[in-house]
Design a protein around this ligand. Structure first.
Ligand code: BG6
Length: 472
């Protein structure tokens, strides 16, 4: 639909930016922090760094928050490293780790920046992993106890809470991200059992949040993107429908409605992947209710009907580790209408609008985008980073938020990835996302100096005009 006049962004719109603990903090073993599955990882894709130092935010958070304030952020979405708070996942609390996030949150509040706290962003405590990780139901209890500590410590400072970042990507691409491990025979069934346990953990944490912090708001943070059929052949449309249910709605239906999406459940049963559901699990799932939906969006996916053989599988751009397609279910297809970024990821601003519409249409809960952004090989030259390609990307996506608002979708915030350069999940330090450049190479830490990119100044004036400068 075209509008003569677009709706304005709400006056209290949360213009923000995002990071996650392990990708930005570094200090992987400082002040009593325990190892996470990410720290325990020994193999990284050729030519890419580990996460031990990252952007050294742990030591430079005050300088970074001062820059976020200069950027004009109204909100900052970050994650807490579970292993700083409870080093072995379910034992004693580490006061120094607790203090770090108090200091960070206090610094944000003092600068008028709303903290949006993610409890778990891929970095499961290694000790829990060694006890079976999410396949072990004890991890559910450990997560709930961890969330209780977070509510107790930060509940009077933090209003917005996110449970689990991109649970769907951990299940679908856990090997590439280094998170949810499962191997051999029964691998997928094991993953979907882990998935079920994460749903229980999330539901219990949401219920506990409402019980302990009646003023707080909490929601899930999956990666949601619209699925296109490669053609109007009804078989392609059915494949798109199937994949939409399995990739997207499975995760939001559980979070919002507390029940398995019927089509996704049929897929699990058909393939023998269905998790064991214990007595009482369904009640637990029903009792967890989000106040809003946070979601991450990078690009849509295009799919066709399966041909039933290996030609269904397609590698995403130069990203050898991400394979699209599942034999017998759907075929990964290219979308000839979309440009790609330097890593072969599609760029689809209009798909962002259709994704927002679809989520709103299904759940009617307020939306906040907690990730969206462009990974690029930025160059620091003469003290400047001219990232006009990032400005274009962000402008085009923010325009779609305004269109979605005009469509009647309720969106209350936008936190692009990333506030500052950090380490990509599986494509190293050279793949940069931030508004602020961090001077380090893949293996040479240089001086880690911060430099404001051109996108920093652009986003600042956009925030300053509450989105008004989009029209200029
Ligand atoms: C999301 C994750 O999947 O995408 C982030 O929540 C991640 O942690 C971001 O960094 C971009 O992906 P990548 O692989 O380019 O770092």
């Amino acid at each position: 639909m075209k509008f003569k006049q677009l709706k304005e962004f709400p006056a209290d719109f949360l213009w923000g930016a995002s990071t996650s603990a392990y990708q930005v903090e570094g200090a992987w073993d400082a002040d009593g922090k325990g190892p996470s599955v990410i720290d325990a990882r020994t193999e990284f894709p050729a030519g890419t760094t580990d996460f031990k130092v990252a952007a050294d935010h742990y030591n430079r958070y005050a300088e970074d928050v001062a820059l976020f304030a200069e950027l004009g952020l109204k909100a900052y979405r970050f994650s807490v490293a579970w292993t700083r708070i409870i080093p072995d996942g379910d034992g004693a609390v580490n006061q120094k780790g607790v203090d770090f996030y108090h200091n960070l949150i206090d610094e944000l509040l003092e600068k008028g920046i709303e903290p949006i706290l993610t409890m778990y962003h891929f970095d499961l405590p290694q000790v829990l992993h060694e006890r079976g990780g999410w396949a072990n139901p004890a991890t559910v209890d450990a997560f709930v106890e961890y969330s209780r500590v977070l509510y107790r410590e930060y509940g009077n400072k933090v209003k917005y809470w996110l449970t689990i970042n991109e649970q769907n990507m951990m299940i679908l691409h856990g090997d590439a991200i280094g998170t949810t491990h499962a191997g051999g025979e029964g691998r997928k069934r094991d993953l979907y059992q882990q998935n079920h346990h994460m749903f229980l953990a999330q539901a219990r944490a949401m219920a506990l949040c409402h019980d302990q912090l009646p003023e707080a708001k909490i929601g899930p943070a999956p990666n949601i993107s619209n699925i296109y059929a490669a053609s109007c052949d009804p078989e392609d449309v059915l494949a798109a429908d199937d994949w939409n249910a399995i990739r997207n709605w499975l995760y939001l239906d559980l979070a919002v409605r507390g029940s398995y999406h019927p089509l996704a459940w049929a897929y699990l049963v058909e393939n023998g992947y269905e998790p064991t559901i214990q007595d009482g699990d369904l009640d637990v799932l029903k009792a967890g209710r989000p106040d809003f939906i946070a979601f991450n969006y990078y690009a849509t996916q295009t799919v066709g009907a399966s041909r039933g053989d290996a030609t269904d599988l397609k590698i995403r751009g130069s990203d050898q580790q991400i394979v699209r397609g599942e034999i017998g279910l759907y075929r990964g297809e290219d979308n000839p209408h979309l440009p790609k970024n330097a890593f072969g990821w599609d760029i689809d601003p209009a798909g962002f609008r259709t994704t927002m519409r679809a989520i709103w249409d299904r759940y009617r809960l307020p939306l906040i985008i907690t990730e969206n952004g462009l990974g690029a090989f930025d160059k620091l030259e003469n003290g400047r980073v001219h990232d006009d390609y990032r400005i274009d990307y962000l402008r085009q996506h923010i325009e779609q938020i305004q269109l979605a608002l005009s469509d009647g979708v309720e969106v209350f915030g936008y936190c692009p990835w990333a506030a500052i350069d950090l380490i990509s999940t599986h494509q190293g330090a050279a793949k940069r996302y931030g508004f602020i450049h961090v001077n380090r190479d893949e293996f040479d830490l240089l001086d880690l100096k911060r430099t404001k990119k051109d996108s920093f100044f652009w986003y600042r004036s956009l925030i300053d005009s509450n989105g008004g400068s989009l029209q200029q």
